[in-house]
Design a protein around this ligand. Sequence first.
Ligand SMILES: [Cu+2]
Length: 145
Amino acid sequence: MSRQNTLRIGEVATQAGVNIETLRYYERRGILEEPRGPMMLWLLRVLVSVVLSLPVGAVVTPSTASAQQQNAEARVTLRIDGMTCASCGVAVRTALRRLDGVRQAEVNFDEKRARVVYNPRRVTPERMVRAIEDLGYHARVEERS
Ligand SMILES: [Cu+2]
């Protein structure tokens, strides 16, 4: 990997909100592609890989210790309209992950859906919808389980 690529991956990691070692790990596994075209294509390719191809919950470590003290867990599927590109998916995923009580958030741009695992004692699907709508997208609860 060239020095330039390392810098690019660092930028991508920052944008995607993931640890750079995580990206390097997936690059070594061949999931992330080497840059072939212009930088934007490379960025897009990586972002698409990160957002759509990876099991996000495996990449993102649940953040708070207190979340683990309470084992209550619920899942919700949110329908999201207004996402126009993969970066929108990154933004939505990042916003969801930042909510206290969210353990895993996976956004599928093609399906226009987010799947979230969360602690119902600490966060609600309605709060997630509000966080997504604060970004300018439209969201609604599709399925709870
Ligand atoms: Cu976008």
